[in-house]
Design a protein. Structure first.
Length: 94
């Protein structure tokens, strides 16, 4: 019993890479929210503190902010406009 061969749709390497870069750019805000939530779990430095995160927390928040800007700029510089290239199909032997 022969199974009918399925044709596999393969993307060009450049298109595949561009799609993964776009996926990474879409996940960047979620990464930022997770990283910004970390100082909320830090215990207060002293009993006199009124629930603030302190100077270390502020430095962390702004450091994450700068990191997100740099990552966003790097991802944006690597992305190109989508060019519709024909998809290469796998072996179509009959």
């Amino acid at each position: 019993m022969n199974r009918p061969q399925r044709s596999q749709v393969m993307l060009h390497r450049a298109n595949y890479r561009q799609r993964r870069l776009r996926d990474a750019a879409k996940l960047l805000p979620a990464l930022g929210v997770l990283l910004w939530a970390i100082p909320l779990t830090w215990p207060a430095a002293s009993q006199d503190a009124q629930g603030g995160i302190g100077s270390a927390g502020l430095l962390y928040v702004f450091g994450v902010w700068v990191l997100l800007i740099v990552l966003g700029a790097a991802l944006a510089s690597m992305m190109r406009p989508i060019i519709d290239t024909p998809e290469v199909e796998g072996s179509e032997e009959e």
